[in-house]
Ligand binder design. Structure first.
Ligand SMILES: Nc1nc2c(ncn2[C@@H]2O[C@H](COP(=O)(O)OP(=O)(O)O)[C@@H](O)[C@H]2O)c(=O)[nH]1
Ligand SMILES: [Mg+2]
Length: 399
């Protein structure tokens, strides 16, 4: 069988896209979620904060499940996040008691549970109201004894909110920080817009406060700090590729190059899970096709391999040749880095509520892939090119 036919026959491209999507979904399902309580009076801006901070407009599109009359649990399939939202806190003394006892129960019952432990409370105060009620202070104090509490000053648009912030600081509440935010652009009279701000600082503070086991889920679920997603994805890819193709990798025959593909798909799924973007099949297909240039999505699978081989000097022409660990690393890292660029673009588009045209995804993938490959290949030390990686790949190809 010719090399070309073997490459095409190895796996249908459509199946590759399915694999990628399924593996991503599995990873997110298995990811321990970030669990956050968002407490505060009705109208203080809880829902707006949630929608600004997290992806997929979750306060609107998520599934709300009443825990009690005054507490709702909010989740969404594919987003590793559990939110508890208080209802009607301002209505009565009974409501206030109930909220505190419900929240305390949830905090205590799930303490040290890797899946359900509450990581932080955002207590929202509407800055334009310029007021904190005595029962709010009691609630904050009681919660803060059990779990870190962050005070979020929502709708902070006027200079008055600085005074309110100073006043709150003087109260010396047992909170881990007081952060003024405007979660959504604010339209003033006369068409003037105050742009949203403060959420990046809130993300930074949250990352400092929540345990490191919750970082992955939080990085995924939030939509504000895209750089953090990129950094996290890059450093994971570096480690992964280093482990997969480092010392101990024996060169594999060119004709077996397709064994690289399943592990690359697994890698791309992991990167997608780090970012947290909702990809569909046609998007994935066009990204895979992007590796091979301007080809259509229907021949994505073979493009991956053929294009890889085209790029590797000498390999494409010598079928009897081998692919070293260094080459495998270079190809795979180039793939990871270019895919990360695509993810970055999709995340940004999603955050802005815009479409990410699949042609554009394909273009970003293609442009980055060859560029990244050339750069990486140039800097790869000769001795690294000699290293071998085979064992790992053979184990992989058996599955
Ligand atoms: N423009 C703007 N409006 C906000 C913001 N936060 C709250 N609001 C306004 O306040 C209203 C109540 O906020 P909401 O998030 O529903 O409060 P919740 O009852 O605590 O969930 C919203 O309908 C908005 O009109 C914000 O960050 N920007
Ligand atoms: Mg609400």
């Amino acid at each position: 069988m010719s090399l070309w036919r073997r490459l095409i026959g190895k796996k249908a491209n459509s199946q590759l896209a399915d694999d990628l999507l399924n593996q991503t979904a599995d990873e997110i399902d298995n990811m321990a979620p970030t669990n956050i309580i968002v407490a505060g009076k009705t109208g203080s801006g809880k829902s707006t904060l949630i929608n600004g901070l997290f992806r997929e407009n979750i306060a609107v599109t998520g599934v709300g499940q009443p825990v009690t009359q005054h507490l709702e649990k909010l989740t969404k399939e594919g987003v590793p996040l559990t939110l508890y939202d208080t209802k009607g806190l301002e209505l009565s003394v009974d409501a206030q008691r109930e909220v505190l006892s419900d929240l305390s129960k949830i905090i205590q019952e799930n303490k040290n549970d890797p899946q359900d432990e509450i990581h932080v409370v955002y207590y929202t105060l509407n800055a334009t109201m310029n007021r904190i009620e005595p029962y709010e202070i009691e609630l904050i104090e009681a919660l803060a004894q059990q779990v870190p509490v962050i005070l979020v000053l929502t709708q902070s648009i006027s200079s008055q909110s600085h005074e309110f912030e100073d006043y709150l600081k003087e109260l010396d509440l047992p909170v881990r920080g007081i952060y003024p935010v405007l979660a959504q652009d604010y339209l003033l009279q006369g068409d003037q817009i105050v742009e949203a701000y403060g959420l990046q600082t809130l993300v930074d503070a949250t990352m400092e406060i929540i345990p490191s086991e919750a970082h992955r889920a939080f990085i995924n679920a939030q939509q504000i700090d895209i750089d953090r997603k990129v950094q996290s994805a890059r450093s994971w890819a570096n480690r992964y590729v280093g482990t997969a193709f480092g010392v101990g990798f024996t060169p594999i025959p060119v004709a077996d190059a397709t064994v690289l593909i399943p592990m690359q798909i697994t890698m791309l799924a992991h990167l997608t899970a780090i970012f947290g973007v909702s990809m569909n099949k046609s998007q994935i297909l066009s990204i895979l096709a992007g590796i091979g240039g301007t080809g259509t999505a229907t021949i994505a699978g073979r493009y991956i391999v053929s294009n890889i081989l085209k790029l590797v000097p000498g390999v494409g022409s010598t079928l009897g040749g081998t692919i070293s660990g260094a080459t495998a690393s270079t190809v795979t890292l180039a793939l990871a880095y270019s895919y990360i660029e695509v993810m970055k673009y999709v995340t940004q588009a999603e955050k802005e509520g815009k479409d990410a045209p699949i042609r554009e995804l394909q273009r970003i993938m293609n442009q980055n892939f060859s560029g990244q490959f050339k750069t990486l290949n140039k800097y790869l030390p000769e001795e690294v090119k000699e290293t071998t990686i085979g064992k790992w790949l053979h184990r992989f190809s058996k599955n």
